[in-house]
Design a protein around this ligand. Structure first.
Ligand SMILES: Nc1ncnc2c1ncn2[C@@H]1O[C@H](COP(=O)(O)OP(=O)(O)OP(=O)(O)O)[C@@H](O)[C@H]1O
Length: 721
């Protein structure tokens, strides 16, 4: 790779040429838009120059270059030999000794050193699973699933037997399960019915640097469970906290223990920085991908970090176009998107090793940033940005913003290479930009709406105001959450929060409290069946397939289901038709619908229906009287009402934000309703209302008589066209 590196570094500093010809990527003109090409000559100018920063490379490699080649090819080793080469494996006796000595252990070790896959096996082999399961939490579903698969392979068992996983709405475990990979959200929900986590002998909290809300709350829950189990002479609960990049002093103080460093990594990763700041990280990534592609051997795959679905989909198209238009004399390129909105089977496609003489390019969001090993990855291209959900407690508005990553994330991304062989990481930002990044990402609990978690804590009998958080959310944020719960009827008063009967039932659903409220109130509008379908569909991924090649055909097929009232009723129409269909795969194909996501929604719906039955809710249907559904939506989503303005923008009544209807909505560019209810306000370059339904203003007072903005609402003709 050195020659390629010198090729890159020899190139002039970035010159974003904008010629056309050969199809090499030129500077993007519009965000997410398709790129043009440049001639071969200008393509050279178009390269981005990187600096190898020896200090960083040394830090990452931990070994002298070339050493790894003496260690043999990873893929030619048996799976057991692979295990034995991992740094964690070399230290297993020491790790087990520490675990015996101390009930809590903080372990910081390089990415790929074997924390996630090996530690649970050491514990299992040492007999810790004899008196309870070993839980390994993961912030993300894809990591929980793929790591469970790997560990089951290493242990030679079928997934779901000794090793299994549990993610929301999907449980692949059995009575025989001893090691359970579980998302932090699922373990937190389990704690509601089992505060002492009696099913477990060990809880390993992995990737804690991510500081998701659920993991942050789990810190307090597992620590309390450990204390209480000790006091009552129960089986001790061992807690292990791991990451490659955590603030070990901060965690050490909280848990009252010292951290342990696990030294060494499997293979070195050379780190390169852009020599000059890049004005367009997408362009820089694209240029770098093709530079690597032209020079690297086949089957050396590339993982690229971008910020979101639109950006990724646009770049997938660009790469395919460029490859088609050029005879690059390079291996066949296969491009895979990887983001959370993608159906699970599509997400997992990129984990299949690439065919001989080909190359995978995976364009991923930060869901690929931690824990996972994607076979074949030799190169990481890091755009340096992430899309982050930010909540403003003053306005109550949640928005998605593209922001720079932290240093911890930067090292995590880098660590996706060097897992099966030497690797390279290209950062499209300079070394000094890297040094300017904040060390750790801001904990989610300090930048998110915490209503859902406050409800779950209340269900555990914990008042958020007195809970010992690792980092406490602001008083305003806690106050807002209590207010929202009061408005939803989950608590009587924000001053002395105690769950009402409704609140206790709301906490039983693994849902945003607004959706739980919708389900629980739906009998009053005789539309339980309809709301169950809508909530299940909203809990999963997009059911509509959009095909770049057959865009018009897809739009025509989707138009059949369209409701003039908006998106919630449109997806309901799809679901109803889907329920009646026998040959649903063919039907989905013909109608450009995602059969897997519809099946997933059906599973989710069944699970929600079971919880409804436990709550004593009987099935009712309003048939085609959809006004009942629209009214019911107001009962749960009343904080998401927006009013049409003269300039055709909508103004959200609670957070006072101006927004347009999202282009994906069936109401976009159609009839302009004076009042709409929306599921989500997304703020990227502009504010957009997502999943929108028209409502009649006079219903608002009827459904939520205490709605604070009632006096401002004009009850006249609502449809302005
Ligand atoms: N699905 C897989 N296929 C092939 N090898 C794998 C797979 N999962 C893990 N490995 C191998 O096991 C090694 C250890 O992985 P593991 O996830 O345990 O490391 P880690 O220390 O937890 O890393 P991170 O901090 O990045 O989560 C990887 O570097 C890789 O070599």
């Amino acid at each position: 790779m050195d020659s390629k590196y010198s090729l890159l570094s020899m190139s002039p500093a970035v010159s974003n040429g904008n010629g056309l010809a050969n199809g090499f990527p030129a500077k993007r003109k519009d965000p997410g838009g398709s790129g043009n090409g440049t001639s071969e000559k200008s393509a050279k100018k178009n390269r981005i120059s990187f600096n190898l920063t020896p200090k960083d490379a040394e830090k990452m490699n931990g070994q002298k270059n070339g050493e790894s080649s003496q260690r043999g090819q990873w893929n030619s080793l048996s799976i057991q030999e692979q295990r034995q080469t991992l740094p964690a494996y070399q230290c297993r006796h020491r790790i087990l000794q520490e675990i015996r000595r101390s009930d809590t252990l903080l372990i910081m070790g390089e990415t790929g050193s074997g924390k996630t896959t090996q530690m649970p096996q050491f514990l299992y082999e040492a007999g810790y699973a004899n008196r309870g399961m070993i839980a390994v939490t993961q912030p993300r579903r894809v990591a929980a699933i793929t790591v469970a698969k790997r560990v089951s392979q290493e242990m030679g068992c079928t997934l779901g037997d000794t090793v299994g996983f549990t993610v929301r709405f999907e449980d692949c475990t059995s009575k025989a399960t001893k090691i359970r990979f579980i998302t932090d959200g699922c373990l937190l929900r389990e704690a509601i019915s089992d505060r002492l986590l009696k099913n477990y002998s060990v809880v390993l909290l992995d990737e804690v640097h991510e500081r998701t809300i659920n993991t942050d709350v789990l810190f307090g829950i597992v620590r309390d469970a450990q204390r209480q189990r000790k006091q009552t002479n129960m089986t001790p609960l061992k807690i292990i906290v791991t990451s490659a990049t955590m603030d070990i002093d901060h965690f050490g103080k909280y848990f009252g223990v010292r951290g342990m460093y696990l030294e060494g990594r499997t293979y070195p990763v050379k780190v390169f920085h852009a020599k000059e700041p890049q004005s367009d990280y997408l362009h820089a990534c694209l240029v770098t991908i093709f530079d690597i592609h032209r020079n690297a051997p086949a089957n050396h795959d590339i993982l690229v970090f971008l910020t979101g679905q639109e950006e990724i989909d646009a770049m997938v198209q660009q790469i395919r176009m460029i490859e088609k238009a050029n005879n690059l004399n390079a291996p066949t390129l296969r491009v895979f998107p990887l983001y959370s909105q993608l159906p699970q089977n599509k997400q997992l496609e990129c984990f299949i090793p690439s065919a001989p003489n080909s190359r995978k390019v995976i364009l991923a969001t930060n869901i690929a940033e931690t824990s996972i090993t994607i076979p074949g990855i030799r190169y990481v291209v890091d755009g340096g940005f992430v899309k982050r959900r930010v909540y403003d407690p003053q306005t109550g508005m949640e928005s998605l913003k593209v922001v720079r990553i932290s240093q911890a994330q930067s090292w995590q991304r880098c660590g996706r290479a060097g897992r099966e062989a030497d690797g390279c990481c290209y950062r499209t930002y300079t070394r000094s930009e890297m040094e300017g990044l904040r060390k750790m990402p801001t904990p989610e609990i300090l930048r998110s709406n915490i209503t859902s978690v406050v409800l779950q804590l209340l269900a555990l009998g914990i008042d958020c105001k007195t809970f010992d958080f690792l980092d406490k959310p602001s008083a305003t944020s806690i106050e807002n959450a209590y207010q929202q719960l009061q408005q939803l009827g989950a608590i009587k008063s924000a001053k002395s929060p105690e769950l009402t009967a409704l609140g206790r039932r709301m906490a039983l659903f693994p849902l945003d409290p607004r959706y739980s409220k919708l389900l629980l109130i739906s009998p009053e509008y005789s539309c339980v069946d309809e709301i169950l379908s809508i909530v299940a569909l909203l809990s999963g991924e997009n059911i509509f397939c959009t095909s770049a090649e057959k865009r018009e055909q897809a739009a025509l097929a989707h138009a059949k289901f369209e409701s003039k009232y908006g998106d919630h009723l449109t997806i309901l129409n799809v679901y109803k038709a889907f329920q009646k269909t026998e040959k649903f795969k063919l039907w989905c194909h013909d109608n450009f619908l995602n059969s897997r996501n519809l099946l997933y929604a059906r599973d989710v719906r069944n699970q929600l229906q079971e919880i409804c039955t436990k709550c004593g809710i009987q099935s009712t249907s309003c048939g085609t009287k959809y006004d009942s559904v629209r009214k019911c939506l107001i009962a749960g989503l009343f904080n998401n009402i927006a009013e049409l303005q003269r300039d055709s923008f909508y103004l959200t009544l609670t957070s006072r934000q101006r927004a347009k209807i999202h282009p994906s909505s069936v109401l976009c560019g159609k009839s302009r309703w004076s009042y709409v209810i929306f599921t989500e306000l997304v703020s990227t370059e502009r504010n957009f209302l997502r999943a929108v339904t028209a409502i009649e203003p006079e219903w608002i007072g009827e459904v939520v008589p205490h709605y604070p903005h009632l006096s401002r609402i004009q009850c006249n003709n609502t449809n302005t066209t």
